[in-house]
Design a binder for this molecule. Structure first.
Ligand code: HEC
Length: 145
């Protein structure tokens, strides 16, 4: 009886571990709509990146590193869908992922540029960052500006 019980505990423990590892590989469950994420996270962070104006100090540049990280995270988050009525349908389209990946790539370049304090590279990354916004809006929600 005791042995069976111990076996059961080990089994439960092991399956618990398995759950924990598989959760790391999966995307987290969405907790907000794509619209909320766009308005409260994506737009302010990209406004910061596009508004770059003669940064001087480490702290000035850090603002752009931080904003780029927010855009990267927002891009990864929308790939997992959202809680809005159409979000998961949109996110299951290959084109959605492709737009998000272009955006994430540009934001990674922007972060590198900010880390290198390279203003020209910041402008270039900023230009690459814009088309996926517009193209994704046109394809999935033409009413959006
Ligand atoms: C992968 C697709 C996708 C990408 C990339 C994307 N968006 Fe969006 N965005 C959407 C969708 C879809 C909506 C509308 C959501 C809805 O109607 O529920 C939206 C809505 C918005 C809104 C709200 C507009 C309104 O009418 O109130 C803003 C602002 C916005 N996006 C900014 C951006 C910016 C800035 C970027 C690029 C840096 C960007 N988005 C990139 C899909 C995307």
């Amino acid at each position: 009886m005791k042995r069976t019980f111990t076996g059961l505990v080990v089994l439960v423990f092991l399956s618990g571990c398995q759950d924990a590892t598989s959760e790391v590989a999966e995307s987290p469950e969405p907790t907000m709509t794509v619209m909320e994420l766009m308005v409260t996270v994506m737009a302010p962070a990209t406004d910061t990146l596009w508004g770059i104006d003669d940064p001087q100090t480490d702290a000035d540049w850090q603002v752009f590193v931080d904003a780029a990280n927010v855009v990267i995270l927002a891009g990864e988050t929308i790939k997992a869908g959202g809680t809005g009525p159409n979000d998961n349908k949109w996110a299951s389209d290959a084109a959605w992922d492709a737009f998000a990946d272009t955006l994430i790539g540009a934001a990674i370049d922007a972060r590198e540029a900010a880390n290198n304090k390279d203003i020209e590279a910041m402008y270039t990354a900023g230009e690459v960052l814009y088309p996926p916004c517009e193209e994704c809006h046109i394809q999935f929600n033409p009413g959006v500006q």
